[in-house]
Design a protein around this ligand. Structure first.
Ligand code: PEP
Length: 252
């Protein structure tokens, strides 16, 4: 089994160009010897080019937080996949719960983005996750499987090698409340089953499923020790070099 471990920072709407460059300068030196995992930072669009330049020759990859699924055109305020590739991106986060919640993104639109991202050689990280209310009603697995099925519609098994999934329970994002390692693993196992249903067991075993939701230096080791947790997507704690470094250098 060759599952990639992905340790990713989602900077959301934080960091000016100077702040972003300063952060990656600290990260790249301290992570130069770290192997066996993909390290990824996802700055805001305005800092992508500067961060790409700062990361040249390092073992840190660049990702974007979103894209618009068209080559180019009259889409005021949007960013195309071509522009992301041009800026040096290798990854793109899609379907983040904040995009679903504040910008009305729904599964078919996210699926379209995913297909366009793949067509441009970008590796999508498809985010899925349930609300507290849905979990309270015991519907977390149904909700998340629907997001997985709809998000991955029309994707070929071969293309799946470039797709990662991030399980991010909405009630754990930015709240300080983390899913227990057991809760996370149970959901990751269910998601892997969904992927198996769609693409077969070989693809399912090779798909990286990351966890996101208040990941911190003091809970990353336990989360990463879970057999179906193949990385993390980190918001708040990726904004400081000290905490993100400790997360990337997890011990389990
Ligand atoms: C996220 O933005 O994907 C996230 C998980 O945020 P936080 O780590 O701050 O909960």
């Amino acid at each position: 089994m060759t599952r990639k471990i992905i340790m990713a920072g989602n900077w959301k709407m934080y960091k000016t160009v100077d702040e972003a460059t300063e952060l990656v300068e600290q990260l790249k030196e301290a992570l130069a010897d770290v192997t066996g995992r993909e390290i990824l930072v996802c700055p805001p669009f305005t800092a992508l080019s500067a961060v790409a330049q700062a990361l040249e020759g390092s073992n840190i990859q660049l990702g974007a937080q979103n894209l618009y699924p068209a080559e180019e055109g009259a889409y005021t305020g949007e960013i195309s996949p071509r522009m992301l590739v041009d800026a040096g991106c290798r990854y793109v986060i899609l379907g983040h719960s904040e995009r679903r919640q504040y910008f009305g993104e729904i599964d078919p639109f996210i699926n379209h983005k995913l297909q366009v991202a793949l067509a441009h050689g970008l590796r999508p990280i498809l985010c899925v996750g349930e609300t507290l209310e849905q979990r309270g009603e015991g519907r977390q697995k149904t909700v998340v499987s629907m997001q997985v099925y709809r998000g991955l519609q029309g994707i070929g098994a071969e293309a799946m090698k470039d797709v990662a999934i991030a399980y991010e329970p909405i009630w754990a994002i930015g709240t300080g409340q983390t899913a227990t390692p057991g809760q996370a693993n149970e959901m990751h196992w269910a998601i892997r089953n969904n992927v198996e249903g769609l693409f077969g067991s070989e693809v399912a075993q090779e798909t990286s499923i990351m966890y996101g939701g208040s990941v911190k230096p003091d809970n990353v080791d336990e989360l990463m020790a879970q057999p179906d947790v193949d990385g993390v997507l980190v918001g708040g704690a990726s904004l400081s070099a000290e905490s993100f470094l400790r997360i990337v250098k997890f011990q389990s």
